[in-house]
Design a protein around this ligand. Sequence first.
Ligand code: NAD
Ligand code: ZN
Length: 360
Amino acid sequence: MSYKNYPMVSRVVFGRGSFNQLGDIIAPKRVNTTAPFIFLVDDVFKGNPLITSRLPLAYNDQLVFVSAKEEPKTSQVDDMVEQIILNHKDRPSGIIGIGGGTIMDLAKAVAIMLTNEGEAQDYQGWDIVKNAAIYHVGVPTISGTGAEVSRTTILTGPERKLGINSDFTPFDQVILDPELTVGVPKEQWFYTGMDCFVHCIESLKGTYLNAFSQSYGEKALELCQEIFLEDTLSDEDSQDQLMMASWHGGMSIAYSQVGVAHAMSYGLGYLLGIKHGIGNCIVFEHLEEYYPEGVAMYKAMRKKHNIFIPQGICSNLGDDEFDIMIDVALSLEPLWENAIGENWKQIITRDKLKALYQKM
Ligand code: NAD
Ligand code: ZN
């Protein structure tokens, strides 16, 4: 038995207003005055001084606003890398991603692809990346995915939706400033927050569970219950707690895996472009058989906050379309093995998955 030796985020700042320290933190990492920092910022912040007035741009640093409307694509990563190479004669000093999981994943992928040959799609999978990425910093502005702490960056490529999982993927630096999450719309707060909740349930109910994952998963679950089910927290405390829940949820799946909801949500994402957070919610509505207590708790949270979850999204799909989603879901073998056990192939049949998708 050989245990995995995982890298982690090497530095982290936590605190309300800590975003002000970004300039001081990255300054020593500047290679020279012509090696820029590239700031990838969610375009929801365009014209919003909360972020834009506080970006420590210097020399020929570049600010790039990126839309989070669609999830990151391998081709988008390749285009961004090409633009950076064309626009700057030196390799950047670093990439700073400011936004949700979408922008943070792009920042990680761009940092990797600046030092590795070929296309991003070549590196979708486990431990394919050869060279260390350039310095990269993550600044979450919405909480739940755990992308700030994970060793993956989830990309949709021409053939599959799959992460670049590697020792070089985790951020070198993360800035956790809960104040940055202040403008998140309520529905989105719930969808992305539920990503964290689902990480906890899938980790804690999985066959891969171990004391490492359990300790983080239980803490994150406790925080989620306080945030989404109880009325005891101030807005500020709730923002702080959800940022830490996201971190712990991400740590919990680092040493285990996600499960049924994620496998099926990837199918919805690949075929229909349904985003990760809301996709997990759509799927989780129908998973009583696998996670009875988790689904009951989820439904109580959804009702309490009066959140709309789309229905009937698969009602007009043809057999070939169901097949595409089922192929994507079934290809994620470690997720099923974690959720169901080694004999999962006998239990999770194509018909079973089709029947579930038909309910959504
Ligand atoms: P997101 O980044 O897609 O953002 C969701 C929406 O919230 C966007 O419209 C965005 O503009 C908006 N938003 C973000 N911060 C805001 C703020 N402070 N104020 C107002 N609006 C704000 O959402 P997400 O759920 O954080 O990320 C989803 C992505 O994360 C998916 O692409 C998914 O694949 C990825 N993901 C990655 C990991 C990982 O470990 N790498 C884990 C889970 C999910
Ligand atoms: Zn997730």
